[in-house]
Design a binder for this molecule. Sequence first.
Ligand SMILES: *Cc1c(COP(=O)(O)O)cnc(C)c1O
Length: 399
Amino acid sequence: MSQPTAPVVTDPAAPPEGVSAWVSVDLDAIRDNVRELDRRATNAEVMAVVKADAYGHGLVPAARAAVAGGATWLGVAQLTEALELRRAGVTTRALTWLYPPGADFGAAIDADLDVSVSAPWALDEVVAAARDRGRTARIHAKVDTGLARNGALGTGWTDLVAALGPAVAEGAVEVVGVWSHFALADAPQHPTVLAQRERFVEATAELERAGIRPQLRHLANSAATLTNPDAHFDLVRPGLAVYGLSPVPDLGAPEAFGLREAMRLTARLALVKDAPAGQGVSYGHEYTTPRDTVLGLVPLGYADGIPRHASSVGPVQIGGERLTIAGRVCMDQFVVDLGPSYAGRAGDEVVVLGRGGDGEPTAQDWAATVGTINYEIVTRISNRLPRVFVGGAGVGGGA
Ligand SMILES: *Cc1c(COP(=O)(O)O)cnc(C)c1O
C-alpha cells in the first residue's frame, strides 16, 4: 500500500481550526434524494422518515430539505421528535408511532400531529384527549402483518377495528391511514413480503367493511420503495434512502438508485509523532509498529459513535490514502499508523466516512467491516460532534 505524504483539505464545510471533528450534512443531497424517490421511484406520496435525529443527520434541517424535495409527510418514532419539528415551525403533516400509556396525546392533537394506534388502550387515550379538547384526532391504524413488532396482530386487529367504529362515529377520531411494516423488505423475493402485502390488503378490507375508508394505505420503507412497486399503495415511508444510503447494498449501491450520501465525518489529527519499530499502540498493545514510523492521533472514539469493534479494522482516509485503525478504539480517540514517509502534521484532516467518490470509506464500508448495517453507523454518530450543514438554500424557512 502506498503511504500518504501530504495532507489534503477535502471538506468545503470545514469549521474553523480548533474544532476536533465534525459531521457535515449535505442538505441538497437530502433534497435531491427525496426528489428522486418522489419523481422516479414512485407515484405515491412520500413520507420522509426523520426519526433518530434524521438518522444522525439533524432532525429539523433534514426535515426541511426533505420537504423541499417533495416530501408531503414526515415520520418520526417518538412524539418528542414530532413536537420538536412543530416547535421549529415545520408544519408538514407528520406521523408519530411509538409511545407508552400515558403519553401526551393532547399535545399531539394540539400540534396537529397524526398518531399511530396499534391497540384499543391507545385508541382510548387518544379519544379521551380529543374529547377533552372538543377536537377530532388524526390517527393511522397500524396492523401487524407479520413483523411481530408494533401494530395489531391477528384477532387484535379485529378488536381494534371494532373499537374504531364508535370512536369515528362520535367524531373523536378520523382514521387518516391504515399502515404496516415489512420484516424482510430488503429481500424482495422472500415469501413473507408477498404474504405481508396480502395480509395488509385483507386488513384494509376488514376496516372498509366496518365503514372506515382511510385516504392513505402505507406499507413501504426504503427497500420496498426502491424494489417493490406493488407495495407502494398511497404513500411510501423511506428513511435510509433519504440520506443517500442503500437499504439493499447487495442489490445496488446508492448511485444505482440515483441517490447520494449526505453525511461526511471528518476529524483533525490531534498529534503526529515519530515512533520506533516494535512500539505497542493503544490499550492492550493490539497493534505493534512493524518499522520506524509516524503515528497520528485521531480525536474520535466510541463516545463519538466509532464502534469499538472497529479496533484494528476500521477504515479512514488521510492524505488521500486509505488506512486502518491501529489497535484499540478508545473512548475519545484512536491511533493510525501513517507510515514512515508521512510529511503532514497535527491538524491534518482525517475522513472517517463520506460518499466514497474520492476513495474515502462509506457508511456501508464501515458496516461491512464491523458486522452491522449502514443504518447503525450513521445513526450512532454522537450528538457531541457538531453538525455543519452544506447547501440547503431555500430550505431554511418554516417548511
Ligand atoms: C424506520 C421506519 C421506516 C423507514 O425505514 P427505512 O428502512 O429507513 O426506509 C418506515 N416505517 C417505519 C414504521 C419505521 O420504523
